[in-house]
Design a protein. Structure first.
Length: 218
């Protein structure tokens, strides 16, 4: 698909574009929504006042965090996802790229794929997806193709985020479906899992390297 910057250029001089840039510093701080997308970001501090995020959504994101921890225990990058309808869990998934050697086995892609099979319907309009990390282009594409009703994600992903950070695939009106997207749900907890995982991985690499140096003959 065309990079998001094309869409950005188109509305650079429009009143919305000017307004949007005026409020950019506030948006970066998560203090106001981005008017160009249907994505809202917020910290857990004022989730309570946001009618868009329910107690069920929070419970589902907590479940996704548990699934992410299962991934971490298998030495996978900790990302977890839950597909649900009301309070009923339809499918779950966590990142399995290392175990499967399959580059498409991201948590939310697995969960959405399983949900379609469980419901015997690839259209997931009635479903919400809670995933601990902002979906990448592939997974954001799956949310569109699966016509997911609502997408809630935790941490933003500066390296691959395709719902708000790098691309806005889920808000792109050239595509035939736009899920409602709410970002930043339990973001601190979701991000902490990733930070802890990569800190541990770096420590393991250092320890291995130091061990190898000790074994070197003098
Ligand atoms: Zn992905």
């Amino acid at each position: 698909m065309a990079p998001a910057s094309n869409a950005h250029d188109q509305d650079w001089y429009s009143p919305q574009g000017l307004l949007s840039r005026l409020f950019l510093p506030l948006r970066r701080l998560g203090l106001m929504p981005d008017p160009r997308t249907r994505t809202r970001t917020h910290s857990h501090l004022h989730l309570r006042h946001d009618p868009g995020v329910t107690a069920i959504d929070l419970a589902m994101m907590r479940r996704a965090i548990e699934l992410a921890k299962q991934a971490a225990a298998m030495d996978e990058v900790p990302v977890g996802a839950v597909v649900y309808q009301g309070s009923r869990i339809i499918a779950e998934g966590y990142n399995l790229r290392e175990a499967t050697c399959d580059p498409v086995t991201h948590a939310e892609l697995l969960a959405v794929s399983k949900a379609g099979r469980a419901l015997k319907d690839w259209r997931l309009n009635e479903c919400s997806v809670a995933v601990t990390l902002e979906p990448c282009p592939m997974c954001a594409g799956a949310m569109v193709n699966g016509r997911v009703g609502r997408l809630l994600y935790g941490a933003t992903d500066p390296k691959a985020g395709a719902c708000q950070t790098l691309y806005r695939i889920t808000a792109d009106r050239r595509l035939n479906h736009q899920p409602v997207v709410i970002g930043g749900v339990l973001a601190e907890e979701c991000a902490q899992l990733l930070k802890d995982f990569f800190r541990q991985r770096r420590a393991d690499i250092r320890a291995r390297r130091d061990g190898e140096q000790v074994r070197q003959p003098a």
